[in-house]
Design a protein around this ligand. Sequence first.
Ligand SMILES: Cc1cc2nc3c(=O)[nH]c(=O)nc-3n(C[C@H](O)[C@H](O)[C@H](O)COP(=O)(O)OP(=O)(O)OC[C@H]3O[C@@H](n4cnc5c(N)ncnc54)[C@H](O)[C@@H]3O)c2cc1C
Length: 569
Amino acid sequence: MPQHDVLVIGAGLAGMRAALAAAEGGANVGVMSKIHPVRSHSNAAQGGINAALNPEDSWESHAFDTVKGSDYLGDQDAIEIMCREAPEEILHLEHLGVTFHRNDEGKLGTRAFGGASAARTYYVADITGQAILHVLYEQLMKHEEVYRYEEYFVTALVQDETGHVAGAITRNLRDGSMELFNAKKVILCTGGNGQIYNPTTNALVCTGDGIALAYRLGAPLMDMEMVQYHPTTLAGNGLLITEGARGEGAHLYNAEGERFMEKYAPNKMELASRDVVSRAEQTEINEGRGFPDGTVHLDITPVPRKRIHEALREIVMVARDFAGVDILNEPVPIKPGNHYVMGGIKTDTDGLCPVPGLYAAGETACVSVHGGNRLGANSLLDTLIFGRRAGAHAAREAKAIAMPTAAHSQLEDEQRAIDTIVRRERSGRRVSEVKAELGRIMDAKVAVYRDDEGLKEALEGIKRLQEEAKTVAIDDKGTVFNQDVLGALELGFMIDNAEAITVAALERKESRGAQYRTDFPERNDEEWLKHITVTHHGNGNGNASSDDVPELAYSEVTLTQWQPEARTY
Ligand SMILES: Cc1cc2nc3c(=O)[nH]c(=O)nc-3n(C[C@H](O)[C@H](O)[C@H](O)COP(=O)(O)OP(=O)(O)OC[C@H]3O[C@@H](n4cnc5c(N)ncnc54)[C@H](O)[C@@H]3O)c2cc1C
C-alpha cells in the first residue's frame, strides 16, 4: 500500500503550493489529481492576484477592503494573515519565474479590480492562473520527495479506529484499479463546486468532491450559502469575461442606454463588489430594462485598442468564438452567472479541520477570508497563502506521529459500490439528466435573489434528485478512462454540495453579501453576524440520503480591528 507523510488531494494552485511547502518541511509527499495538474481550474483564472506591494498601498487597506467586501462575515484574523503575507508570496512567485506584467518603468504593474481602494492586482495578461500553475508544476517536478499521482480519482477518505484520518481510496483512471493510500495527514485541495449550477464559469471538473468527502466524514461546512455570481458571464454558456475588463475601463449599459451603475454604486460604478454589481444587473433585467435575451451590455470600446490587445487578448477570442462579438467594436451581452463558492470545509488559519488529521485549502476550504462575498483576485491569493500554511503545518505535525492504520475493508466496500454502478441495468435517469435538472434548480432558486418559498422548493427537488442519483445507470462498462463512472460519483458529490448550500441559505434569514433574501432584505448584524455550519451525520461514507437531516450550528465571526458598518460603494 502506498504511504506518505502528507497526501495532498488536488493539484491546482492550492494543492501544488501545499505539496511544495510540505516537501520543503521535510515530509514525504503524495499529490493526487483527477486530471493532469495543469488542467486544474486554476488554469482558467484570468484577471490576477491581489497584494499590497506598492509603497503607497498597505496590507491594512487590502484587509479592510476584503472585510468590507465580505460584508463583515469574513474572519478578520485570517484576512489579516492573508493580506500581510501577500506581498512576500508575489515576490516568491516572481523569483520562481512567473512573468508578471511590468509597467513602462520596468516595475511590476497593477490593474484595478472591484471593491479595491487601490490598484493592487498583479497579472500576466489575462492568463494569470495558467502562468502561476505552470511555474508551480515545474517546481513540483524538481522535488524528488514529491510523488505525483496524475489522473487518480479519490472516491472516499479513510479514518483509523480513533477517528484520525488515515488516507484515501482512489481509482486510477488509466485502468480502473482501486487502491488504498495510507497517510499521516491529508490535505483536501479539490477546488470549487460551480458545476452544481448551470450555467457556470467553472470547468467540468469543479464538482465539489472534497467538500462532499469531508461532509460525509462529519466535517462541518461553513458559509455554504455564500455562492458568488460573477457580473460578467456570457449568456447561455456562462463563460467568463474577466473583471479585468471593467478594471481596464469597460462600462455596463442597460437596454435604455443608461450606465445604470450610477444608481447603485455612484462612487465605484462598475468596480463595486461583485455581489453589488450582479444584483444591480439582475434588478435591471428583472425590471424590464435589460435586453430581450435577458442580458445587459458590457462595452469594452472605451479601453484603448493597444491595451486590449496587450492585457485582454484572451477575452477578445472568447467573445468572438463563443458569442460572435467583436469586442473591439461592439458591446458584448452578459449577465450574472455562477462563479465561486465562498463557503467550504471549515478550517483554522493553518488549514486544520475539526476532523483530526484532515486539512483543507483553496476554494474547497472556508477559512473564512471571503465571508459573504469574495473580492476579485483574492482567491488565487487565498489558495497560495493557505495552501502553503496547510502544507507546512501538516509536514510539522506528521513528524510527531506514527502512520495511522487504514483498514482494507473500506477499499473493498468502495470497489463493490463502483461495481454496482457499472453493472446496473438502465432503469432510472441518465447522470446528465439529473445533473442538468440540478443545475436548473440551483440557477432558478438558489441564485442572486432568494426567498423562503423558492429555497424550500429547491430543497425538495434536491432530495428527489438524491434518490434518483441512486439508480442512475451508465453506458461505459469498461475500465480504461471510464468517465461515465466518474460522472456518477461526481453527481453524488454535487448533490451533497447543493443540499448544504440550500439548507444554509434557508437558515440565514437576512441579506448579506451574495445571499440576498427578498423576504429579509436587510442585513441584520444583531441576529446574523455569525457563520452557519452544516454537518452531516448520515450513513458514513455513502451518499447523503433523502431522509438525513444535516445539523446546523453557528460560530462566531472573528473581529480584530474593523467593526461592521453600512456598506456603500
Ligand atoms: C473562469 C475563472 C476565472 C477565475 N479568475 C480568477 C482570477 O483572476 N483571480 C482569482 O483570484 N481567482 C479567480 N478565479 C477563482 C480561482 O481561480 C479559483 O478559486 C482557484 O484557482 C481554485 O484553486 P484550487 O487550487 O482551490 O482548485 P482547482 O484549481 O480547481 O484544483 C482542484 C484540483 O483538485 C483535483 N480534484 C478534484 N476532485 C478530485 C478527486 N475526487 N480526486 C482527485 N483529485 C481531485 C483536480 O484534479 C484539481 O487538480 C477564477 C475562477 C474561474 C472559474
